[in-house]
Every structure is written in C-alpha cells, then in structure tokens.
Design a protein. Structure first.
Length: 212
C-alpha cells in the first residue's frame, strides 16, 4: 500500500513533519511525501491556496507513475481538493475533511483551532461544504503564523493551548488541530489541556489506508 502526502506549500520541513507523523500512524503502509515547489512558502488564506493549485495538479502524472494507492492533500484548507480529486487516478482526501469526519464521530460538537484570522473564512466554508455546520462550534485563530507553528517552541505551544481551552469553553467536545504544522505537537497539547484533540495528518493516514 503506497500513500502519497502532498504538501501544497514549498516548505520542505513541513513535508518532513507530516511524513514522520503519518508513518507512525500507519506503519503498515509505504508513505511518500512530496513538496509543491511551485507553491507559496505557507498557505494562509484563499489567495495562497489559489497560488498552489497549478503546482499540485502538475504532480498528478508523477503520482500515477509512482502507482500511489491514495493521495492526501497535507494542508488543512484542503487546497485544490475538488480539482485534484477529479483529475487523479486514485482516491484523494484532504487533512481538513479527514479531521472533521473523525471529529464528528465523537460525542458532542467539535471546534477547530487554526493559525491566523485570514484562514478562518476558508475553513468555515469547508465546514459548510462538508455538511458539518450543525456540529461545529466555530473556527478559532490562534494568531500564530503557519511557519511559526511548524518551528514550534514554548511560546507557540502556549498560544495553542490557550486557543484550545477557548474552544472547549465555547462548547467543543473534540477539538481539531487546524494546521498540518500542528501534527507533531498533538501529544504535548493533549497532555497540557486534557482535551480530545483530532489531528488531520493522523486521521487522513488511517482513512487513506482504508480507501487504499
């Protein structure tokens, strides 16, 4: 089973983080990680997402040649998901849709913690598109840019913890980590908050394996 995680942005470190977490989640699968070098360094809002789509589409012939069994778009915005799904040779899922699907199976509503305010409209639109408005308490921005999230550190974790607790106070039972760069911090954030956290990289790895 060969799963391909494509990072829509051009930051190799994020690709490496995603692949590391995905491989731990599904050790039975072969996990590949590719970076969209034609994309922006980070995807923060609709304009960045639009800039990444052509580069993502250009990778699909290579993905077919590599005989991948499923493709995962490793950005919580699910950048270009519909276009890529329509053009790909195999099933395609996004980490955002995967996380929402799993979070909705938990008892009670879910909330989403993301990076900057500019990302909120895109994610909110996806919540509606996927049919989860009734069970989503809202999308909260932590105020931490994507590349700072990827770099990590004590101050980043502290801001994410505060936003997770805000989401829980707003009535969320499960709380989704709304950025691929948060995947490496899932265990630490769970320990510090005691919250039920859902990471899109781990969930998409399991769902992609099921599809494959």
């Amino acid at each position: 089973m060969r799963l391909l995680f494509i990072n829509p942005n051009s930051t190799e470190a994020m690709t490496d983080s995603v692949v590391s977490v995905a491989r731990q989640a599904v050790p039975q699968a072969e996990v590949l990680g590719w970076t969209n070098h034609d994309g922006p360094a980070a995807i923060q809002g609709a304009e960045d997402g639009e800039m990444a789509v052509d580069g993502l589409l250009s990778l699909l012939p290579k993905a077919k040649s590599a005989r991948t069994d499923a493709i995962v778009i490793a950005c919580f915005d699910d950048t270009g998901l519909d276009l890529i799904r329509a053009a790909a040779h195999c099933p395609v899922i996004g980490i955002g849709q995967a996380a929402m699907t799993v979070a909705a199976l938990h008892q009670g509503p879910f909330g989403i913690v993301t990076t900057l305010d500019v990302s909120v409209p895109v994610i909110t639109a996806n919540v509606a598109s996927y049919g989860y408005q009734a069970v989503c308490t809202g999308v909260l921005a932590s105020g931490v840019p994507v590349l700072e999230v990827e770099a990590g550190g004590a101050s980043v974790e502290t801001q994410l913890v505060a936003t997770i607790l805000r989401s829980r106070d707003a009535g969320a039972h499960a709380i989704i980590l709304g950025c691929a760069g948060m995947c490496r911090m899932s265990a630490a954030l769970t320990a510090r908050t005691g919250a039920v956290l859902v990471d899109g990289v781990q969930t998409s790895a399991h769902l992609a394996s099921a599809l494959a």
